[in-house]
Design a binder for this molecule. Structure first.
Ligand code: ADP
Length: 165
C-alpha cells in the first residue's frame, strides 16, 4: 500500500445493509482510495440482530461486487482498533437527520479523543434514500413485505431471508 493511500472505514451494524448505505459508500469512494465496510457486532451477546454477522457480510459483498476498492469485514472490538489494523485515518458515517448528527458527533468526538489522528467524515444521505433505515427494512422483512425496494438491485434479499428461516 502506498503511504499516501487514503483508506476509510465505513462501520455500522448493517442489519441489513440498505440502498441508503450503498449510496453513502459510492459517495465515499469518490473521496478515498479504499473503503472498508465493517460490520460491527458484540460477540458476547448471543442471538442479537435480525441477520447474523456473517449473513450481513454476505449481503454487503453481493451489493459491492461491481465496485472497486472496497473490502468487507466484521469486527467486535473498538472501531479505532480496526482503523489502526487497516492503517485508516478516516471513519465514514452517513447522516440523514439532525438526530443522526447529534448521535454521530458524540461518537466522532469520543473516537477523536481516543485517537487524535482519526477524522470522521459525514456524508449526507441522498434525498431519495434519507427515509430508509435498517429498522424499517427489518420490519418490512418480518412482515413479509416487498423489501427488495430498499436494497440495491444486485442484492437478491429473498435468498438471504431463506438462510434465517
Ligand atoms: P449503527 O447501528 O452503527 O448506527 P447503521 O447500520 O444503522 O449503524 O448505519 C450505519 C451508518 O449509515 C450510520 O452512520 C447511519 O447514520 C448511516 N445510514 C443509515 N441509513 C442511511 C441512509 N438511508 N442514508 C444515509 N446514511 C444512512
Amino acid at each position: 500500500m502506498k503511504p499516501s493511500m487514503k483508506t476509510a472505514i465505513f462501520p455500522g451494524s448493517f442489519d441489513p445493509f440498505t440502498i441508503g448505505h450503498y449510496d453513502v459508500l459510492v459517495q465515499a469512494l469518490k473521496l478515498f482510495d479504499k473503503v472498508i465496510v465493517a460490520v460491527g457486532y458484540n460477540s458476547t451477546k448471543k442471538g442479537q440482530g435480525y441477520f447474523c454477522p456473517s449473513t450481513r457480510v454476505k449481503i454487503i459483498k453481493e451489493a459491492v461486487k461491481e465496485l472497486e476498492n472496497v473490502e468487507v469485514c466484521s469486527y467486535t472490538d473498538l472501531t479505532i482498533s480496526l482503523c489502526r489494523q487497516y492503517g485508516a485515518k478516516f471513519i465514514v458515517r452517513g447522516l440523514r437527520t439532525t438526530t443522526d448528527f447529534e448521535f454521530e458527533s458524540v461518537i466522532a468526538q469520543a473516537n477523536k479523543k481516543m485517537d487524535g489522528e482519526l477524522t470522521t467524515v459525514f456524508i449526507p444521505a441522498s434525498q431519495e434514500y434519507s427515509y430508509i433505515s435498517s429498522t424499517v427494512v427489518r420490519d418490512v422483512l418480518i412482515h413479509n413485505g416487498d423489501a427488495s425496494l430498499f436494497f440495491p438491485p444486485q442484492v437478491d434479499i429473498k435468498k438471504f431471508i431463506k438462510e434465517i428461516e
